[in-house]
Write a protein that binds this ligand. Structure first.
Ligand code: SF4
Length: 128
């Protein structure tokens, strides 16, 4: 089921959170700038959270526990993918590639070239 679109107020809240950048925005400040009460504000924040559009972090501000809201941060990819072994897969240079598919006469599960490549890779990983 497709998600319901954001209401104009929810969109405005999202835009304010987005504009706050890395420093984020306190919930209370957001409610104040939107001109709404905390109940309505919490409902909007929860909707944005459930949609995965924002993140929140518990903070203490003026002695009270509250949340600072941020736009959902995109995690940087930290792992590098090694392509060395993948480049050597026989399928990339195979003249039968266009005719090869699961269920046809020429297929990966009976291919000796592919099987040999897999075994060679398993053996080389065990050695390293
Ligand atoms: S599985 Fe074998 S036959 Fe099929 S594309 Fe790869 S190397 Fe070619």
């Amino acid at each position: 089921m497709p998600a319901t679109p954001l209401s104009p107020l929810e969109q405005k809240a999202y835009n304010l959170i987005k504009r706050s950048g890395k420093k984020g925005i306190l919930q209370s400040e957001l409610w104040h700038r939107l001109g709404i009460d905390s109940r309505e504000g919490s409902r909007i924040a929860l909707k944005l959270l459930k949609r995965g559009l924002i993140e929140r972090e518990p903070v203490t501000y003026n002695g009270k526990r509250t949340y600072r809201l941020y736009i959902k941060r995109v995690r940087e990819a930290t792992e590098k993918i090694k392509l060395d072994g993948i480049i050597e897969i026989p399928c990339f240079t195979c003249p039968l590639y266009s005719k090869c598919s699961s269920g046809s006469y020429i297929n990966p599960s009976t291919c000796s070239k592919l099987t040999e490549w897999i075994i060679r890779n398993i053996l080389s990983r065990r050695k390293s």
